[in-house]
Design a protein around this ligand. Structure first.
Ligand SMILES: Cc1cc2nc3c(=O)[nH]c(=O)nc-3n(C[C@H](O)[C@H](O)[C@H](O)COP(=O)(O)OP(=O)(O)OC[C@H]3O[C@@H](n4cnc5c(N)ncnc54)[C@H](O)[C@@H]3O)c2cc1C
Length: 302
């Protein structure tokens, strides 16, 4: 995380760095605050405007597609059957508490232990088919720009993001870097020129050597759900027995998926919800202020 300004509104800037570092360390994340000289030793290509950085030596980058395929192969080796291109048309709880899942082809599966809906932007349609009100989430199409920049010119060993600029930059192979951060395609998943130019401007402001680099590809075709508080929903679906929902990743589902997967497996195996999943309840926006107003310690004296 690069810091360029002393303060940015009330939430950003170098003034926030020590507090951020403290919280990261409390959660077990190695975080070192690098001043200008140390930062430039690690990242000499960075612009002269950048003052400092939060360096996480254990942070890493992985290929989404390769990782997903590796998970699928590992699951298959353990006996899982992977069925692709098969939309789920209906889910319902059967009398014996198993869950019936019917595909649009008509094929039917009976889940005796549970079902996990990791359906991202398909979640709203499933909720609608169940007659449930939609959680407060929506879909966006994050943009990824692939630039041709050889490793010899720009080694870039870390994922770099920025404290106030909308920017992430990572190396994806010997010849290419990926520029992302939160710029978007249209609501139909098509490219928008102002978003592409905006993202490139931010990248060039932070790494001047990227100016004029060849744009090899721009991707805006993968929908991502975002929740109102930008935290995921990881919970059971009310009235549907052992059916679990994991969605609303708000741009961070890849990094946390392995941890969420094992916590969900633990919940399904033991029947006890891991405490660490409490903040991600489906009903956290239900607006139940009764609990607050009933608390005498919160009553007003005027
Ligand atoms: C450009 C870009 C950059 C990103 N960068 C990062 C990053 O740096 N770090 C990070 O942590 N995250 C990042 N993300 C977000 C991350 O990729 C997502 O949060 C993650 O892939 C979500 O995984 P998922 O399996 O829940 O959803 P998806 O990968 O969207 O998969 C959902 C699946 O459900 C299927 N589905 C939906 N409805 C149905 C139905 N009715 N029946 C059957 N199947 C259905 C879909 O076909 C799809 O295969 C990025 C996303 C994008 C687009």
């Amino acid at each position: 995380m690069l810091y360029e300004r002393e303060a940015v509104g009330i939430r950003g800037g170098l003034v926030t760095a020590r507090a951020q570092q403290r919280v990261m360390r409390d959660y077990g994340v190695a975080a070192e605050l690098l001043e200008s000289a140390e930062l430039r030793g690690l990242l000499p290509e960075v612009s002269a405007d950048v003052q400092a950085a939060m360096f996480c030596p254990t942070d890493g980058v992985a290929d989404h597609g390769a990782t997903t395929r590796a998970y699928a192969s590992a699951a298959a080796r353990l006996g899982a059957q992977v069925v692709e291109h098969s939309p789920v048309a209906r889910i319902q709880e059967a009398a014996n508490h198993s869950i019936d899942v019917t595909l649009s082809s008509g094929e039917r599966y009976v889940a005796e232990r549970g079902v996990v809906l990791a359906t991202n932007s398909g979640t709203s349609a499933i909720f609608e088919s169940l007659g449930l009100s939609d959680p407060p989430l929506w879909s966006v199409y994050p943009q990824a720009i692939i630039l041709k920049v050889p490793r010899s010119q720009f080694p870039l060993t870390q994922l770099v993001n920025h404290n106030h600029r909308v920017l992430s930059v990572k190396r994806i192979d010997d010849d290419h870097v990926m520029v992302t951060g939160g710029w978007l395609g249209s609501s139909a998943g098509t490219q928008l020129e102002d978003q592409i130019q905006g993202n490139l401007r931010e990248a060039e402001a932070v790494f001047p050597l990227l100016a004029g680099a060849e744009v090899v590809a721009v991707h805006t075709d993968r929908a991502e759900t975002v929740t109102i508080d930008q935290l995921p929903i990881i919970d059971r679906i009310p009235g549907l027995g052992q059916t679990y929902l994991a969605t609303g990743w708000s741009g961070h589902g890849f990094a946390i998926a392995p941890a969420v997967a094992s916590l969900l497996a633990e919940w399904m195996d033991t029947g006890h919800k891991p405490q660490v999943l409490e903040p991600f309840q489906l009903d956290r926006w239900d607006g139940d202020v009764g609990a607050l107003t009933d608390d005498p310690s919160l009553s007003s004296s005027h």
